[in-house]
Write a protein that binds this ligand. Structure first.
Ligand code: SAM
Length: 212
């Protein structure tokens, strides 16, 4: 699993406009849901995977010792570098989520906002997050999910790309992925409504879990 060509091309193209696009889709409530329940402490070292232009990392930096902002798109990371220049404890890493540049069991928490649904193999992406987390480490991931399955013909439809619904999994499948990866205390919190696609409800889900 590596970053898809579609994702690479899209985020290269959209990087300079991402912050205003993102603000149209989601904002503070999604970040608060992700960070507020993560039991962060000042000595912690955390990663924001699929960090993009640094929305989540900017919320994390004042709260912990170190934030690694990881992304596979050089263009998104360049904007991130500018956005987060004021934080001395943020380090950027250009890397694919399939091979996170961290040792086993080295991080206290891993965050990923609106990232997983871009991964061709979300199970492999979560497995990599498990690998780098310390035992008891926290996972905090948020994505658009669906209340039930979308018709196969629509799954991965590029027209759904910009709304983060491309690749969206049904909520139950999403939570199962997290549990099957070896996480416990898995708790999901519904957030934004994304309306309906062919009669299927779409909404953001923030999931908090702990590595067993
Ligand atoms: C929808 S954006 C979200 C950015 C940011 N988390 C936010 O909340 O604004 C998804 C990000 O994931 C990155 N991404 C997608 N697939 C990736 C992969 N396989 N490895 C690393 N980054 C990836 C993209 O480059 C993009 O910056």
């Amino acid at each position: 699993m590596s970053m898809t060509q579609t994702a690479a091309a899209y985020f290269k193209w959209v990087a300079d406009a991402w912050d205003s696009l993102r603000a149209d889709y989601f904002g503070e409530a999604v970040r608060e849901a992700a960070i507020g329940r993560a039991y962060l402490r000042p000595e912690m070292v955390v990663a924001d995977v699929g960090a993009g232009t640094g929305f989540m990392a900017a919320g994390l930096a004042p709260l912990v010792a170190k934030v690694y902002a990881v992304d596979g798109s050089p263009a998104m990371l360049e904007v991130c570098r500018r956005n987060l220049a004021g934080f001395g404890n943020v380090e950027l890493r250009l890397a694919d989520g399939a091979a996170l540049p961290f040792a086993d069991a080295s991080l206290d928490a891993v965050f990923a906002n609106m990232y997983l649904h871009h991964c061709p193999d979300p199970q492999a992406a979560i497995a990599e997050m498990v690998r780098v987390l310390k035992p008891d480490g926290r996972l905090s991931i948020s994505d658009m999910v669906t209340a039930g399955p979308l018709p196969m013909s629509l799954r991965g439809d590029p027209r759904l790309w910009a709304d983060c619904i491309y690749g969206a999994l049904p909520e139950r499948e999403y939570l199962d992925l997290v549990r099957q990866a070896g996480f416990v205390d898995v708790a999901g919190q519904r957030g934004l409504s994304g309306g309906q696609v062919v009669g299927v409800e779409v909404y953001s889900l923030s999931v908090m879990a702990r590595k067993a």
